[in-house]
Each structure stands twice: as C-alpha cells, then as structure tokens.
Design a protein around this ligand. Structure first.
Ligand SMILES: N[C@@H](CCC[C@H](N)C(=O)O)C(=O)O
Length: 292
C-alpha cells in the first residue's frame, strides 16, 4: 500500500480514456499494484483506465527519467488499471498537461513533460492539446516492408487470424487491418486478443476500419486494462499503420481517428516524429482514504 492513507486526487479524461491523477510534489508516495487496482476499480474505488502520479522529474527513481529533468520539470508516472507500469500514454499526456497548467505548475502554452519513453513536447492549440509523440518505429521493419504485416491476431481460437502490423510509439502496439466483412462495432473485445508472434512485453491491440481519405475508426484492447474508449498511442499507431498500408510510410496528410470516446488528430512531423492532438478534461477533485 502507499505510505499515506488519505490522498488528494483529480479525475480527468482524454476522449473518455480516464485517469486518476495523484499530486506528489514531495515524492512521498509509493504506489503498489494493489493500490492502483483499488483506485481504478469502478465500483469499490474511484474508477479509471489508469493512474498518473504527478511528481518532479528530478525525484524519479529511474535514471532515464531523471535525465529529462533539465527540460521537463514534471514526470508523468503512469500505471495501467491492473497495476502494471507503462512507458507512455498519449491521452494521459494531454490530461497531465491540462492539470499542470490548472495548478500553475506550468504556465506557458508550450512545455515538455517527462515520460518513461522520453521527453514529450506539449503545445496548447485553442481547445486542443497537441503532444509531439516523438519518433516511432516498426518492430520488424524487414518483414513489414516485404509483406505489409508482421503479426497475426485472433479474438477467437476457432477463427482464422487477421494480419497485423507491430509499431512501437514508446509503448507496443499491434494494429489489425480488419477484413471488410467484419463489423468493427460488434467485435467482442472482452478478452485479450491473441497476438503471434507473442510480443515480449505484451501489446496494445488496435482494430481499424477506413472511413475515407485520411479518416479511420478504431477500437482498442489496451495492455493492462482491457477495452478502453480511446488510446492516444493506439490512435497514432493506427494512423501510421493505415498510412503504411496505403504506401505512404511517413504520413503527409492529417489523419482523423474516431474512437468510441471521441475524435483525435494525428499529424506527421519532421524527423520521423508524429503529433497527436485532442481534448483534455479535468472533471473532479477530492480526497480518498485508502483501505487499510
Ligand atoms: N491509454 C494510453 C495507453 C496506456 C498504456 C497502455 N495500456 C500500455 O500498457 O502500453 C494512451 O492513451 O496512449
């Protein structure tokens, strides 16, 4: 359990991917998996897809995070609902940035935040928050270049697997090109899709349906969570995969990605980087007493 019993929290979401934010300016909070699971429980706790600890970058325990302290004052310490630690969360970056500004911890329209996947640059753009998601890479470039796909995914052991592409955007993703005959809306994502070859650290899995030029719909099964109503890194991976399959390895147009919780924009940037833009909302503040 954490080393204190009453915690302040803020609840926020980005396209209904929802998080419990825990301020920890003094870096006194140690989160274990039980505490995270309890906080994210939608019946017994507060409820959320993940927990974000808001902590000074200089106080992070990981060397790779502390190394970002010169450029980013605050570290987005991210946990999935099952208590596992994740490298990155695209929707989380916007909610985290919105929180930092509301609390006066950052004051400009542009600043950087620290994540386990490296520095992420934030830009406020009207009602939207844009995050430079950094560089991305194909997990198996050789196979992906030759075949367009490098993985197989199935939801049901009795069905034929679907072709997929593995992309790393700071965290692992497997994007499925859904056959036309399959209805995206009625896919059963209640259990984790089977991915082969099995990714060494698991994978978030996205299911994509093209809707028109530069426009796709997506549903996602998140590693460490289950189906969520949005996943920012997943949206980026889905746009990159669709662009790749269309013969455009570096996206030159904006992609609009519809998810059950809303709409996000993906934009190719110089130097093989990609930007994600969308809304961020802080909806509640309170205190919570952790069970003994
Ligand atoms: N919802 C996030 C991704 C959160 C982490 C993910 N479940 C993982 O384990 O990699 C997003 O918006 O990117």
């Amino acid at each position: 359990m954490a080393d204190m019993t009453t915690l302040r929290f803020t609840k926020g979401h980005g396209t209904e991917n929802d998080f419990v934010l825990l301020p920890d300016a003094d870096a006194r909070l140690t989160l274990d998996a039980d505490t995270v699971r309890w906080l994210t429980d939608r019946r017994a706790g507060i409820g959320g897809d993940g927990v974000i600890r808001v902590v000074p970058t200089s106080a992070a325990t990981e060397d790779g995070v502390r190394a970002q302290a010169g450029e980013a004052a605050w570290f987005m310490d991210y946990y999935n609902a099952d208590g596992s630690v994740a490298e990155m969360c695209g929707n989380g970056t916007r909610v985290f940035a919105e929180y930092l500004r509301r609390e006066g911890l950052e004051t400009g329209d542009e600043f950087a935040i620290a994540t386990r996947a490296g520095l992420r640059r934030i830009r406020f753009e009207g009602d939207l928050v844009a995050t430079n998601m950094g560089p991305w890479r194909l997990v198996d470039e050789q196979v992906a270049t030759r075949d367009g796909f490098d993985a197989l995914v199935r939801l049901d052991a009795n069905e034929e697997p679907w072709s997929a592409l593995s992309i790393d955007v700071g965290n692992p993703h497997t994007v499925v090109a859904l056959p036309e005959a399959v209805d995206l809306a009625t896919l059963d994502l209640t259990s984790a899709p089977e991915v082969s070859p099995a990714p060494p650290h698991g994978s978030n899995v996205e299911f994509v349906r093209p809707l028109g030029p530069g426009h796709i719909a997506m549903r996602v099964h998140e590693r460490g969570v289950g189906e969520t109503r949005s996943c920012g890194t997943g949206v980026v991976a889905a746009a990159l995969a669709t662009s790749w399959w269309a013969g455009q390895p570096e996206p030159t147009q904006d992609w609009t990605v519809d998810v059950p919780g809303g709409r996000l924009r993906v934009r190719g940037m110089p130097n093989h980087e990609v930007e994600l833009a969308g809304p961020a909302a802080l909806v509640a503040d309170g205190t919570v007493d952790l069970p003994a």
